[in-house]
Design a protein around this ligand. Structure first.
Ligand SMILES: *[C@@H]1O[C@H](CO)[C@@H](O)[C@H](O)[C@H]1NC(C)=O
Ligand SMILES: *[C@@H]1O[C@H](CO)[C@@H](O)[C@H](O)[C@H]1NC(C)=O
Ligand SMILES: *[C@@H]1O[C@H](CO)[C@@H](O)[C@H](O)[C@H]1NC(C)=O
Ligand SMILES: *[C@@H]1O[C@H](CO)[C@@H](O)[C@H](O)[C@H]1NC(C)=O
Ligand SMILES: *[C@@H]1O[C@H](CO)[C@@H](O)[C@H](O)[C@H]1NC(C)=O
Ligand SMILES: *[C@@H]1O[C@H](CO)[C@@H](O)[C@H](O)[C@H]1NC(C)=O
Ligand SMILES: *[C@@H]1O[C@H](CO)[C@@H](O)[C@H](O)[C@H]1NC(C)=O
Ligand SMILES: *[C@@H]1O[C@H](CO)[C@@H](O)[C@H](O)[C@H]1NC(C)=O
Ligand SMILES: *[C@@H]1O[C@H](CO)[C@@H](O)[C@H](O)[C@H]1NC(C)=O
Ligand SMILES: *[C@@H]1O[C@H](CO)[C@@H](O)[C@H](O)[C@H]1NC(C)=O
Length: 426
């Protein structure tokens, strides 16, 4: 009877040949909610070969109309949907004007043929119906990595700062420049502009997350900062979680808010999603010297005049960084990334019930009536979660991991990248 069930299994596989896809673990990938699917693409894969960049071009998804659990996942591969470039630490957004179109912007883009960084096209669009990628030529578009964009209901994408690597020849010697500007892309006219702002301009920053509130305010959380703009080991600091940077998209104005509540460690490579009831859920990330951060998960209530941090009391999954998080129905869905505790890549799906504020192990789809157009009216509900960071940094993470293993007693010194800086592999 074993063979009979095997036959059934194989027939099932044949009927649905793209199902049961075994997805590779990764960091710094994109995860995008589109038509009841959670699409995953890009990202950086671990490898023993530190001289080679391991990235991928396949696209796969979770069907959010079906139940799944943390371990028994149901990945589906999109045949013929491959990316035209390898990319990681970019930003990807579904157009609010055409819910078939994904915009993929910036990040490390690597030519698949040559294997080297190639910025000849900075923006690609993906058409969900035709499963095709098309380069989008936009005048004045700029190269940045470690960015997190948001899109408003008029189809304006806002991209703040980011990093421009000028030297990435090795994993442990690196140079770059951080920016503090605000660039916008109007997706209907495909016009890219830099906003001219002169007041309250924040420090140059990358590797932050961004969430657009319904009142038009973008809340920036975490990230690397540098007073000089130099992206170097000695000059990087982490953005405060007490004094938050806000950008008002209606007035094109920056401001700061000293928020209240629980103490939240500054971090990078974290994720954040916005719930329809106005809470931003921060999850994961790492601190200086790849130290763990506390708490793993926190809620920022943006309904108050002065936003307030709180920490849900619930057992948590491991501390992840470079993962992604998206909000769908009742769940924050956390994918991939690196487990800081075991220092291995994460293959489990972690699910946080945002209303009960507990971690659960089973995803139950919302009632079908509610799934026809899930929260499309609010781009915020898409909860664009992004893993953030950089190629060099990831190299450093890996090098740092090896280094850490060899020198467990030698505590990593500040600032952030010192651990890697002191770990030249030879
Ligand atoms: C690592 O990757 C480089 C570049 O592709 C290749 O030349 C080298 O042989 C690889 N090393 C190992 C040990 O696989
Ligand atoms: C990759 O590089 C090749 C050779 O230089 C070039 O012909 C091709 O257009 C590049 N691909 C992309 C997507 O830029
Ligand atoms: C997306 O593809 C569909 C099917 O090929 C096509 O009808 C539609 O016009 C495309 N959308 C865009 C914006 O190109
Ligand atoms: C990024 O750096 C490259 C040189 O590595 C430079 O050509 C390019 O203009 C820079 N981009 C921006 C936006 O400064
Ligand atoms: C890039 O960094 C390497 C290693 O530090 C250095 O040898 C090289 O000169 C740098 N290249 C540039 C263009 O600064
Ligand atoms: C975006 O472009 C469209 C089409 O050209 C235009 O109607 C609209 O006013 C633009 N929006 C902004 C904010 O510039
Ligand atoms: C940035 O770094 C370069 C070389 O590392 C240095 O020459 C330059 O003065 C630095 N700029 C600032 C503003 O510190
Ligand atoms: C680091 O910042 C200090 C001032 O804060 C500056 O003097 C120094 O040149 C910077 N170093 C680099 C490499 O940018
Ligand atoms: C916010 O906190 C900073 C540093 O603690 C302080 O300098 C600043 O005055 C505060 N701003 C407000 C509006 O309270
Ligand atoms: C990367 O792969 C190497 C070799 O398989 C392994 O030793 C290391 O722990 C891995 N690192 C992570 C972060 O998974």
């Amino acid at each position: 009877m074993v063979s009979f069930s095997l036959i059934i299994f194989c027939v099932t596989l044949l009927i649905n040949s793209i199902s049961c896809y075994l997805a590779d673990t990764r960091l710094g990938h994109n995860s995008v909610l589109i038509h009841d699917r959670l699409l995953v693409f890009g990202g950086w894969k671990n490898s023993t070969n530190s001289t080679r960049i391991y990235t991928s071009s396949e696209i796969f998804y979770l069907d959010l109309t079906k139940q799944f659990d943390s371990v028994n996942q149901q990945w589906n591969l999109i045949l013929e949907g491959n990316l035209p470039v390898y990319e990681y630490f970019s930003t990807a957004l579904v157009s609010t004007l055409d819910d078939d179109i994904i915009y993929l912007i910036g990040g490390y883009m690597i030519n698949i043929t040559t294997g080297v960084l190639d910025t000849s096209n900075l923006i690609y669009t993906y058409n969900y119906s035709s499963t095709t990628w098309t380069p989008l030529k936009v005048n004045n578009a700029i190269t940045r990595e470690e960015i997190s964009g948001v899109i408003d209901d008029k189809g304006i994408i806002y991209i703040h700062g980011g990093n421009n690597f000028t030297n990435y020849t090795t994993f442990w010697e690196y140079q770059g420049k951080l920016y503090n500007d605000m660039q916008i892309l109007n997706v209907s006219s495909t016009v890219w502009t830099k906003l001219n702002i002169f007041h309250n301009i924040p420090l140059p920053c990358s590797a932050y997350t961004a969430n657009l509130l319904t009142n038009g305010i973008i809340v920036y959380l975490g990230g690397f900062e540098s007073e000089t703009g130099n992206y170097t080991t000695s000059n990087l600091t982490l953005s405060s979680m007490k004094i938050l940077k806000l950008f008002d998209t209606k007035k094109s104005e920056w401001s700061q808010m000293n928020v209240t509540g629980d103490t939240i460690d500054p971090r990078v490579y974290h994720s954040s999603v916005l719930t329809p009831d106005g809470n931003i859920i921060l999850f994961g990330g790492v601190g200086k010297g790849y130290q763990p951060v506390n708490p793993k998960i926190a809620l920022l209530n943006t309904n108050k005049d002065i936003y307030e941090w709180s920490i849900p009391s619930s057992s948590s999954p491991p501390l992840l960084f470079g993962h992604s998080a998206n909000l769908y129905g009742n769940y924050m869905i956390v994918l991939f990334g690196c487990n800081l505790e075991t220092r291995t890549m994460n293959s489990e799906i972690y699910l946080f019930d945002v209303y009960q504020r507990i971690w659960v192990t089973t995803y139950t789809p919302p009632p079908t009536t509610a799934t026809s157009k899930p929260k499309r009216s609010s781009p915020l509900a898409l909860g664009l979660g992004l893993g953030i960071g950089g190629f060099v940094l990831i190299g450093l993470v890996i090098v740092g991991i090896i280094f850490y293993k060899k020198n467990k007693t030698k505590s990593p010194t500040n600032p952030t990248l010192k651990i890697a800086g002191s770990s030249e592999p030879n």
